[in-house]
Design a protein around this ligand. Structure first.
Ligand code: PGA
Ligand code: ZN
Length: 426
């Protein structure tokens, strides 16, 4: 007799994400009739150390089709996984990693592996009659501070702001629900300020659901955010986070950054970041302040800004080897966790837990390319992550995360804990 939670089928379909780019939706079915479904997110500001995103490279969708990855799911992963128990996630994910056999998952595609890995986890939760967060960790109870991107720049926006994300973090809220309310109220006030001050085109959106106003200087964006927070009455409850996404600002040939109106050497870039944080002392989080290989520059930022999260994204790529290097070199004090950078749920969660064990709190993050799948909120709660980079409250590709956290908070009731001002302790 096969176990009731043994896999009986694995299926995948090419669907589209919020940008009209193809991605993978997968289903995993088990012997007891349960099933799980998951979609793969995709970034646009990607680093070099991420798991390989396998694309067709043919005439369809400008080469972005995922039919090869889906064929790999049906012809390689499916036959190997039939009969494997979905409850033993480590074994299932290890099997897939071994079948791929490459360090970056370039044979079968990190996107193919992740689709099956997450759908299998959902199938296991369904078979066990548990919410996914409860299956992944019976002790998951932390609702994260939403780090909400209200102003977009970088390659996520058609403006001239260099940092990719200017975010508010309502740490003083009493619950996730109150934090969501604060974000939405500030968002509406900011919209009013942008429209009255700059014009209605200033309220157009960027890729993370924040506004993309025609600004150039970081200080202009920070001043507008401060003003919106003040006017909404949340000045005592909100701190700020930036994603510099410096990889996209860096020119390797001249070893220089284009940042905030000037070309800067790596040393000048460090000074510019420190200057900005010192001018706006409520900035408590700075992601990727330097390009993806500048461990020494990141360490200089960590050392100069005690109490500020210096978050590794492209630098660490949710990759255990890169994470260990970054921690050993003192280049980060916080890890951005993106499941598709790792390529399986197990590896993403292992990296996050390794970071937490090394006093390196975790910031969970969707990608700019998302679907309606809200799985990341469950993973965040399972990891007890203190911060979740949620985007702006615009569009269901961002709203889904707010709404799933609201559901989980209600479901957990008095056993839930909003991270609040303790965001750096989980
Ligand atoms: P991406 O951006 O999903 O486009 O990579 C998010 C980030 O850089 O944090
Ligand atoms: Zn980033």
């Amino acid at each position: 007799m096969p176990s009731p939670t043994a896999i009986t089928d694995v299926r995948a379909l090419e669907i589209i994400d919020n940008r009209g780019q193809p991605t993978i939706r997968a289903w995993v079915h088990t012997a007891d009739g349960s099933s799980g479904r998951a979609d793969v997110p995709c970034g646009s500001s990607t680093g070099s150390y991420e798991a390989f995103d396998l694309r067709d490279g043919d005439g369809r969708y400008n080469g972005r089709g995922v039919r090869k990855a889906i064929t790999n799911i049906h012809e390689v992963l499916r036959p190997a996984l039939i009969g494997v128990d979905v409850v033993d996630r480590h074994n299932l994910d290890r099997l897939m990693v071994d079948l791929d056999g490459t360090p970056d998952k370039s044979r079968l595609g990190g996107n193919a592996l992740l689709a099956v890995s997450m759908a299998a986890a959902q199938a296991a939760a369904s078979a066990l009659h548990l919410p996914l967060y409860g299956h992944l960790n019976p002790h998951g109870s932390v609702l994260p501070v939403p780090q909400a991107c209200l102003i977009n720049g970088g390659i996520h926006a058609g403006n001239d702001l260099d940092p990719q994300e200017f975010c508010v973090m309502p740490v003083g809220a009493s619950s996730f629900a109150e934090a969501a309310r604060a974000v939405c109220e500030i968002f509406q006030v900011l919209k009013g300020i942008l429209v009255s001050r700059i014009g209605k085109h200033a309220a157009n959106f960027g890729e993370d659901g924040g506004f993309a106003p025609p600004l150039m200087a970081c200080r202009e964006a920070m001043d507008l955010l401060y003003e919106a927070v003040e006017e909404s009455g949340y000045a005592n409850d909100v701190v700020y986070g930036l994603d510099i996404a410096a990889n996209g600002l860096y020119d390797p040939y001249s070893d220089a950054y284009r940042f905030d109106g000037r070309v800067r050497s790596p040393q000048q870039m460090v000074e510019a970041i420190l200057g900005l944080v010192r001018e706006y002392p409520s900035i408590v989080s700075v992601e990727d302040p330097l390009q993806q290989d500048d461990f020494a520059g990141c360490k200089a930022v960590v050392d100069a800004l005690p109490g500020v999260l210096v978050v590794g994204d492209d630098l660490t790529a949710t990759n255990m080897h890169r994470l260990q290097m970054a921690i050993d070199n003192g280049a980060i004090n916080s890890l951005l966790c993106k499941v598709n950078q790792a390529g399986t749920l197990t590896e993403a969660m292992d990296a996050a837990r390794y970071a937490q064990q090394h006093d390196c709190p975790v910031v969970m993050s969707p990608r700019s390319g998302e679907t309606e799948d809200d799985i990341l909120s469950d993973i965040s709660v399972a990891l007890n992550a203190g911060v979740f980079k949620i985007g702006g409250p615009h569009g269901s590709d961002r709203g889904k995360s707010f709404n799933r956290f609201l559901e989980i908070e209600a479901e957990l009731g008095s056993s839930s804990r909003y991270a609040g001002r303790n965001y750096a302790q989980s």
